[in-house]
Design a protein around this ligand. Structure first.
Ligand code: PLP
Length: 416
């Protein structure tokens, strides 16, 4: 029987929990999006999003779509039909972007990688070095593969492209990494950075967000792919004045304004550190507590926003997810495509803390026991607790004036 009292526990890796402040900020009366006041909101979110992408030279665009729309915008604005792109595939989302590129008429060279690993940097470099005619126009990389809980090294990919002196556009899916795992658009010279609103930005789904480098903007001039709704030219014509080519999703923009305020109050680096610390606690629960394996093959692939937990072979992971949902009101992420039934995912991104995650760990553990997985009761919670109690959430944490005051008093350095 499903629990109907209390809060539901949402631990899919997006949509994530929405902070109450953001929820409230979205409850607004509709406004004229062509008023002289509207640009205050639109220009502030467009310029502040650049800080989240860590770009000064690039431009950010917001579409009333989901992340998938931003995938399409990245491809169609910068490529021409038949253009060759190189893409590695190691999970459902890297697969879907490839599928889209093929359906849009691009020639995709696919690098298949075992699910549980990420972008194969060395193999990519070899292919780029061999492409002496520079036929490859774009490289598609999924920074954080949400289906398997794998994060790839985009800095290393950029270095491989540079070492091969290859001029392709670097297109990165940052849907489940932006604002939760370090992402440096300018430093890594990412040309197209794709994201969405429902993950690290802590909003409902409904905004496709795209960071575009000057080089990619230049490519839009000669790219002949058919495009209309996602044409950057229409955005470029209207955004500088603070307007959009069509009706914007007003409550989402108010929510985004509030979410950005929350992000800057905590600090981006602090957010990345918190995600790492929370993820480490979850990984301790999985590997030390439950003695189960993660889908990510090695620690270098571990994602700080989602953990994919392999279930024993005789168990269907979908059963764990269904029991967790129906019996304990806990939403866990499903195994998708190739890994359907083999795993369940715990999303640990956005607005959350240790004790919220404890609910997810405890609920997953109860559901696993219910379906016959012989984990030791309480072992996941104990391992996560040991980790969190012995680690600092944000090592480089700024100390507030109040904390300095109390520290000074408690250590006796202030008399009186
Ligand atoms: N890319 C990644 C890595 C994702 O996790 C998702 C969705 O979960 C998408 C792309 C697609 O985004 P959306 O569902 O917002 O269209």
């Amino acid at each position: 029987m499903r629990a109907t009292t209390g809060r539901g526990f949402l631990f899919v890796p997006g949509p994530t929990n929405i902070p109450d402040r953001v929820q409230r900020a979205m409850v607004v009366a509709m406004e004229d999006h062509r008023s002289s006041k509207f640009p205050d909101l639109s220009t502030s979110v467009l310029s502040d999003l650049k800080k989240v992408f860590k770009t000064e030279t690039g431009q950010v665009f917001i579409f009333p779509s989901s992340g998938t729309g931003a995938w399409e915008a990245a491809l169609t604005n910068t490529l021409s039909p038949g253009d060759k792109v190189l893409a590695s595939r190691f999970g459902q989302f890297s697969h879907l972007w490839i599928d889209m590129a093929q359906r849009l008429g691009f020639d995709v060279q696919i690098l298949d990688v075992e699910w549980g690993e990420g972008v194969p940097v060395e193999r990519t470099e070899e292919i780029l070095r061999a492409d002496t005619q520079h036929e490859i126009k774009g490289i598609l990389a999924c920074h954080n593969e949400t289906a398997t809980g794998v994060t790839s090294d985009i800095a290393a990919l950029r270095k491989a492209m540079d070492d091969a002196a290859h001029p392709a556009l670097l297109m990165v899916d940052a849907v489940s990494s932006l604002a939760s795992i370090d992402f440096r658009m300018d430093e890594w010279r990412v040309d197209l950075a794709v994201s969405g609103s429902q993950k690290g930005l802590m909003l409902p789904a409904g905004l496709g967000i795209l960071g575009v480098s000057p080089k990619a903007l230049e490519a839009t001039q000669s790219a002949t792919s058919r495009r209309c709704y996602f044409d950057l030219a229409d955005m470029i014509a209207t955004n500088p004045g603070g307007y959009f080519p069509y009706t914007p999703a007003l409550p989402m923009l108010y929510g985004l304004r509030e979410a950005l305020d929350i992000i800057f109050e905590e600090g981006l680096d602090e957010i990345f550190a918190r995600h790492h610390y929370l993820a480490e606690g979850v990984r301790a629960a999985v590997t030390e507590g439950w003695q189960l394996e993660l889908c990510a093959k090695e620690p270098k692939w571990y994602s700080d926003t989602v953990s994919a937990v392999m279930v024993p072979e005789h168990i269907n992971g979908a059963h764990v997810i269904d029991v967790a949902f129906r019996r304990y009101n806990l939403a866990l992420g499903a195994g998708l495509s190739k890994v359907a039934g083999k795993l369940f995912r715990i999303g640990h991104l956005g607005d959350l803390n240790e004790l919220m995650l404890m609910g997810a760990i405890a609920g997953a553990e109860m559901a696993m026991l219910d379906v016959g997985i012989e984990v030791v009761p309480g072992s996941g919670v104990a391992a996560a607790s040991n980790y969190w109690r012995s680690h600092d959430p944000v090592p480089k944490r700024r100390v507030s004036r109040e904390e300095q005051f109390y520290e000074a008093h408690s250590t006796g350095s202030v008399q009186g």
